[in-house]
Design a protein around this ligand. Structure first.
Ligand SMILES: Nc1ncnc2c1ncn2[C@@H]1O[C@H](COP(=O)(O)OP(=O)(O)O)[C@@H](O)[C@H]1O
Ligand SMILES: [Mg+2]
Length: 252
C-alpha cells in the first residue's frame, strides 16, 4: 500500500486551475520524481501534500485512509515532512540549534539539554554519511548542499515517513547536487518515501523509481522507471512532446 496517495486531486485558485486530476502514489523506500517547468504546478502539489492548502477536489489518502490535512503540523504528525527550497533554517544559528529548532530537548525547569542535542546531531549526520567537523558552527558557514542535507537528516530524525523535497539541487553545482542526491538515495534505503521535485531530468533519473511530469497543471507523464528513458524525460521537459504534436498536426 502507498503511504500517501493523491486521487484525482485538483486545486484551483479562484477560477484558475493550478492542478487538474492529479494521481500519484508515494511508496515507502522509493523515490517519486515530479518534473515540470515554471508554472507547471509543482509548488502547488507540494502545498497540497504538506497540508498547507486543501485540495479543491479529489482525495488525499494516507495509509489508504482518506484524510483532510489541517496544516503542516498535521501533515508532520502523519509523517509527511517538507523541505522547502528557501530552507527553514536560521543562518546565524549553529547547526545543532537548527537541527532541534522548535523541538528542543529540555530537562528539569526547561533547561536545554545542550550536550545531548549536540551529540545526537553529530551522530545523525555521520550516520547519513555527512562528516561535519563541528556542529557548533553557524549554518551560514555550510555549503548549500550541506544545508539541504542537514534539513533532510533533521526531518528523518524526527520521524518522517514521506520526505517532500522542493528543488533541492536547483541552486547547486555538480558536486553538491551529487551529495544531495546521494542523501536522497540514503533516505530511500532507510525506507522513506521520497518525493523529489526538480526540473532537471538528469538528476531525477539518477535516483527516481517513478516519474510524473506536470505541464500547466496537468499530468502529461506518469510512469515507473522501466517505462521511460532519460532521453524521453529530457524530450518531454524540453517541450519535445509539443513539437511532436505540432508535427503530427502539420502532417494532417
Ligand atoms: N496562491 C495562488 N494564487 C493564485 N495563483 C497561484 C497561486 N499559487 C500558484 N498560482 C498559480 O498556479 C500556477 C502553478 O504555480 P506553481 O505551483 O507555483 O508552479 P511551479 O512550482 O511548478 O512553478 C502558476 O500559474 C501560478 O501563477
Ligand atoms: Mg515552484
Amino acid at each position: 500500500m502507498s503511504v500517501v496517495e493523491l486521487k484525482d486531486v485538483s486545486k484551483s485558485y479562484g477560477s484558475f486551475a493550478a492542478l487538474r486530476d492529479i494521481n500519484l502514489q508515494v511508496h515507502a523506500g522509493s523515490v517519486t520524481c515530479i518534473l515540470g517547468d515554471n508554472g507547471a504546478g509543482k509548488s502547488t502539489l507540494i502545498k497540497v501534500l504538506s497540508g498547507l492548502h486543501p485540495a479543491s477536489s479529489g482525495e488525499v489518502l494516507i495509509d489508504g485512509v482518506p484524510t483532510v490535512l489541517s496544516g503542516p503540523r498535521d501533515a508532520l504528525n502523519h509523517g509527511i515532512a517538507t523541505v522547502y527550497q528557501d530552507l527553514a533554517v536560521v543562518g546565524q544559528m549553529s547547526v545543532w540549534r537548527n537541527f532541534f529548532l522548535g523541538q528542543e530537548l529540555t530537562g528539569a525547569f526547561g533547561r536545554l539539554k545542550t550536550d545531548e542535542m549536540k551529540h545526537i546531531t553529530q551522530d545523525q549526520l555521520s550516520a547519513m554519511g555527512i562528516d561535519l567537523p563541528d556542529v557548533n558552527v553557524d549554518v551560514n558557514s555550510l555549503s548549500g548542499g550541506q544545508r539541504q542535507v542537514v534539513a533532510i537528516a533533521r526531518a528523518i530524525y524526527f520521524g518522517a515517513r514521506v520526505l517532500v523535497l522542493d528543488e533541492p539541487t536547483a541552486a547547486l553545482g555538480v558536486k553538491q547536487s551529487g551529495m544531495v542526491l546521494r542523501f536522497v538515495a540514503a533516505a530511500r534505503d532507510r525506507g522513506i518515501g521520497v518525493v523529489l521535485i526538480t526540473h532537471n531530468p538528469h538528476h531525477a533519473y539518477l535516483v527516481g523509481d517513478h516519474f510524473t511530469i506536470l505541464k500547466l497543471g496537468r499530468q502529461i507523464v506518469n510512469v515507473p522507471r522501466d517505462q521511460v528513458t532519460l532521453e524521453q524525460l529530457t524530450q518531454h521537459m524540453a517541450g519535445g512532446s509539443e513539437l511532436e504534436a505540432l508535427s503530427h498536426e502539420l502532417r494532417g
